[in-house]
Design a protein around this ligand. Structure first.
Ligand code: ZN
Length: 259
């Protein structure tokens, strides 16, 4: 499903890509703006969504650049209609590293809120209504969008940021695999409840997002389990090899096939 993507350009050496379905989202909002206020509405709507996704990219860059500090590369940042994804080559198992990499994303949104708030302040608290299609309206919408993005991502639904923070905190006391198991379990229960709530409210995009999170959480648990089994297997092999190894400093054997 994630194969249908178009590469754009690189930021900080990281490939930026958009999923084909993202264009449908732009078309949908463009159409809505056009129905509401003609051509200016169309451009305004598409521009607003584009700016909104610039904030999503900045959020993902927060994760990616913090991950780089721990020597983890980001294969690409992919934009989907339901948000963005920084495809890190691996997640460090050290709780402190996972915690900082995860927090860096929402921290970018809260920083943007702090930067935009002085310009949005007057509009938010003024008696008069701020025109939707105006610079003031734009700043207010971006400010709220970042506040919602920052808070929403902190909901503990693994593998969303909040769920990863929860896993990292559990991993301080529990083995990594058990911490993942419990973070995924809590995330699955919450994502089913939140999906049902979103569908009941008629927000199908949000409902789809929570369904996606449900399966993404399950997939990441399977991945972690497989890695743990591989690690255990090689640790056991190393233990057996050490047990049968002859005592003394014999030179290592070089075994050749028939030649
Ligand atoms: Zn994030």
């Amino acid at each position: 499903m994630l194969g249908w993507s178009i590469n754009l350009f690189k930021v900080f050496g990281i490939q930026l890509a958009v999923h084909a379905s993202f264009l449908l989202l732009l078309a949908y909002y463009g159409y809505e703006g056009w129905v509401e206020s003609g051509v200016p509405g169309l451009f305004w709507s598409v521009g607003l969504i584009a700016l909104f996704f610039v904030c999503v990219i900045l959020h993902e860059l927060g994760h990616s650049l913090m991950a780089r500090r721990y020597g983890v590369r980001t294969a690409r940042i992919l934009l989907l209609p339901i948000g963005g994804m920084a495809e890190l080559e691996q997640i460090p198992r050290r709780p402190s590293a996972e915690l900082l990499i995860t927090i860096a994303g929402p921290a970018v949104n809260f920083t943007l809120v702090a930067l935009l708030l002085p310009f949005a302040w007057q509009g938010i608290f003024s008696e008069e209504e701020v025109a939707l299609y105006s610079a003031g309206g734009l700043v207010i919408q971006l400010c709220f969008a970042n506040l919602i993005m920052g808070c929403f991502n902190l909901v503990p639904v693994f593998p969303m940021d909040g769920g990863r923070i929860f896993r990292a905190l559990l991993a301080v006391w529990l083995p990594y695999l058990s911490a993942t198991y419990w973070a995924v379990m809590v995330g699955k229960v919450l994502s089913v409840l939140l999906a049902a709530w979103a569908l009941w409210r008629g927000n199908y995009l949000l409902g789809a997002l929570f369904m996606f999170i449900f399966f993404a959480g399950a997939a990441e648990y399977r991945h972690t389990l497989r890695r743990q089994q591989e690690d255990d297997y090689w640790a056991e092999m190393a233990r057996r090899a050490a047990a049968v190894a002859p005592v003394g400093d014999e030179p290592p054997l070089l075994i050749h096939g028939p030649n």
